[in-house]
Structures are given as structure tokens and as C-alpha cells.
Design a protein around this ligand. Sequence first.
Ligand code: AMP
Length: 591
Amino acid sequence: MAKIGINIATGSLQQNEMIVGIDLGTTNSLVAIIHPDTRQPVVLKEHDGVSLVPSIVHFGGQGQVTVGDEAKKFLVTEPQHTIFSVKRLMGKSYADIREHSGYFSYKVIDDNTESLVKIQVGEVFYSPVELSSLILKELKTRAEHILKTPVTKAVITVPAYFNDAQRQATRDAGKLAGLDVLRIVNEPTAASLAYGLGLSREEVKTIAVYDLGGGTFDISVLRISGGIFEVLSTNGDTYLGGDDIDRTIVQHWAAEAGITEDELRVHKNLSQELRLLAEAAKIALSSSESYSGVVAEQAFSLTRQQLEHLIKPLVDRTITCCINALKDAGLDTRDIDEVVMVGGSTRVPMVKNSVSTFFGKKVHDTLNPDEVVALGAAVQADVLAGNNKDLLLLDITPLSLGIETMGGLMDVLIPRNSKIPSKAGRQYTTQKDGQGSMRISVFQGERDLVKDNRKLAEFNLTGIPGMPAGLPKVEVSFLVNADGILTVKAKELRSGVEQYIEVKPQYGLTDAEVEKMLMESITHAREDIQTRALVEAQTEALQIIDTTRQFIQRNTGFLTATELADTLHAIDELTRLREQGTKDEIQAGVE
Ligand code: AMP
């Protein structure tokens, strides 16, 4: 099958271009690419093997900005100048975050309005977009340093539940960092791609992605079919993660050692050291049975069994979210084909086992759970770069796609510039009593009348059982899959009769032709609107004439001679107007 190797949006051939995948995380961010030799996704690492960049920005006294581990050092000493978790503020107003304002140790401006939040550092105000762009700029610089080539194009991941404002904010942050953001991808989709799920077009699967990171928990249920990922439901807790495990351990140790909460609050250093030891214990217990360490000349120890007892309530909360996500998707655990584990906290054996037991199957956990989202973003980036010839995702539909409706009008199902893969459907009905078939003509273009657009395909839906006009429900659905192939399906819902056809919409159209069609639609816009209105009036008139004629045939006996004469006269008059009248005249006739 011929595939299209051009980006319709830019008209450029996209080949062998280095596009990076970026996981812009709440706690850590990282960059991945498809290795040009092995063709496998890999995260970019510095010489020292470090790949994770803490998503933290520090503003120094002289206006110097540092990002990552360097900035992290200032978290305790200069909390007002050290910004973490900025992702939580993307696209948010103060009203959105008010109940969690205590979480941020820096100054989030409270102007008590619905406008987007700002962060005050010294005398300067920053938007979350600006702060995220500083992180992205750092990632870009590091990637360029490692790859020794300019990096200007990226795919960035966001949580599946991000709304349009949050997605747009992420896109803007990329732009501000000097990146052309080719696509915003859902994190669970990326994680699935990293495991190779959804890479084959024949695959139809339902996937649960369980993501337990440092500070957030997300569960997403996805369905892939025909190379399209659809989010069926999401659930989670934006304030639940590995940090809570650490806190639980600290509380346990403090209680054992007789340290009060007040003491912990006052002695910042002690509590910070205990927190670090707790995290070290947690990480060690993922592979050993017991751990001990020393803080302030005091020994603290923990066994895996104790840890599991401590964190059971936290893990149970995540399972409750899974139950809710399944309920929202209208599914049962049996319907889930694959379970993908994401986030550093899924390394805790008890977490893994609980999830596996809940879903009743083995989970995907062979990839590094901190890297899996970035790896998947790289897979997506590679597809966009045109390197993966088996799966070429086009950005957008260059022209609208639709079908012909009554009077030769174009009814658009997928508007131009829709992101693809894309899906749309609409219901139609018959015009005549007992109509047994319906012709579906598929067109591409921007004009109101199909005769001015380009016909792509035509087929007949036959075998519609005899019903009065208007009763059959014919659902026409359009599906443009990952490589720009359009499938049109028509199904009569009452009888289940169905038919489909595959169309290659872009095939054979050059960029110049696309442009010409667009120009024509602009030039003829006014004329098209008038024509559409006229055709709609003519169609309505025809329907009234037909219905009235049928009525008279069936009910002549009940009508007086005058009624009959008046009605027949009205029919004749409307028939004449329909052929010769203006839109307004026809409408008056219909009245
Ligand atoms: P993420 O936000 O996905 O980077 O996850 C970070 C969280 O994973 C932090 O709370 C870490 O303490 C936790 N984490 C990292 N490695 C492990 C491990 N081996 N066992 C348990 N938790 C871990």
C-alpha cells in the first residue's frame, strides 16, 4: 500500500530528522530518542550516567537560573527561590489550587481571581509556562550537548487528564524554549508505545496504565484499535505517591524514637535527614528484606514486612482508583488485556503484586518505570520523523472530509486540520417510504456544494428493510487512521445492515492542489453560503410537497372540496417557487 511521506502541515518531506521525546514530569524530566543504529528507544544520559533532570528551577541573587540537581540543593535552604512541581500549576487559576496552596513553599500569587496563577520570586513574577520553558530549555541544551546536533523538534508528554488549557500551556512552554512541539502525547499512550503496544494496526486491545510516581498517582484505561489510542477513563490522586510512603516511614520512626511532630517541624534539618533516610530505606527494601541507618547518632531500621504494613492504606487507595476507572469505562478487570507499570514507586514489590493480583495478570515491568514515558515519546517522535515506515502518522487532515446530503450539499464529518488519527460519526435517515438503499458519496474539500469538491468514493448501503421515510437510522462513520487512510462505514442501526469502503484521501493530491482548493473555498465563500441556503430551502420545499401529496392520496375522503383545491393550489405554487424562486420566496411558500 502506498504511504505518504510528506507533512501536509508544512509541505516538507520528513525524513531522518532528529525529533526528541520529552517526558516533562512533576518531579523529574528526561529526554529520549530512537538510537540511529539500534533503532531502539534510549534515554539520553550524561557521561556520569545521569538521565533524570529534577524538574526544579532555582533563581540566584544575581539573576542566574539553574535547573535540575543544582537547583534541588536549594530546596531546603532557599525555598522561596526554588520552584518545584510547576507542572501542578500549568493552566491553573489560583482558585483551582487554593486547597493545596500549603503544598508550595514558594509564593503563588493569590489575586483571588479566575486568571492563571503567577509565581513570585523576589520582585519578579513568572508564569508556569515560563518556568516550564526553563526546564525544557535545560533539557534541550543537555540533549544538544549529548547528541552534538541542534535539537529543535520535540514530542512532549502530558497526563491523559490534562485539559486543553494545560496542553496548550505545555505547547507554549516548548515554543518559548525554542522547540517546535510536533505533538502533545498522553503519558499512558507513550508508556504503552514503549512496550510496543499499539504499534501494529491490526491490534485491538484494552490497556490499563498504572502510574505511581513521587507525588502523583494516575490510572488510565486506554483502548487501541486501528492504531488509534482512545482514553476510556482516567482516575487517580494528584497528591499521592512515593513522597507519602517516605512520610509514613518518617512518622513511624519518629513515633518509635519518641520524636514529636512539633520537634520535627522545628528541627528542619532533622526532619529532612529522616526523610532522606526513609527514602533510602524504601528503595533498599524494594530489593532486600531489611534496612538500617543512622540519623543524629540514632539507629533507625525497617523490615520489608513492616513497610508493607505501613503502606497498605496507600496502596489500597490506588486500587480504589483502579476500581473507579474501570467503572467509568464500563469495564471489568477481565476486559483488560495488558497492564503497564509507570513511575518509580511501582518498583515497590508490594505495589506490583497488588496491581497484578487486582487485574489478575502479569504486569509489564521490564522497562525502567522512570524512563518508560520518555521512551514512548521517542517512539512517537520517530514515527513523526517518518523513520518508521510501517506506521506513518500524519499530523492533520489537509482538507475537510464529508458526504453528500440532500440537494448536493457537503456535510462535513471531519473538518480540515483535524488531528489524525481521527474519528467521527453522524446519523442520517431515508427520504422516501420503503427506501431500500442509500447512496453514500464521500467528498473532500471546503466548498458547500459537493460538485465543487473532490469525490473520493461512493458506495450503496443496500438491504435496508422497508420502513416509512425518516425511520431508518443510518450511522455513517469516518475513521482516518494513523497513515491517512480513510475508512467510511454505513450501518442501519435498526436492522444492523452495514457496508464499508476504504479510501486514501490524500493520495494523488499535491500540496499545490490542496492550496488551490483552499483558495477557491475562500474566494467563493459568500456565493457558497447563498447557494447552500437556496439548496436547503429547495430541499425543504420538496419534502413538504412530497409529504402533502402522500397525505392527500391517503385522506382525500376526509377533505372538503375547497380544502382539497386550496391544498393542490398551494402544492403547485410551491413547486413553481422551488424551481424559479429565491431562497426567501421559497421559504415564504413553505410557510
Ligand atoms: P517518578 O516520579 O516516577 O520519578 O518516581 C519517583 C518516586 O519513585 C520517588 O518517590 C522515589 O523515591 C521512588 N522510587 C525510586 N526508586 C525506587 C525503588 N527502587 N523502590 C521504591 N521506590 C522508588
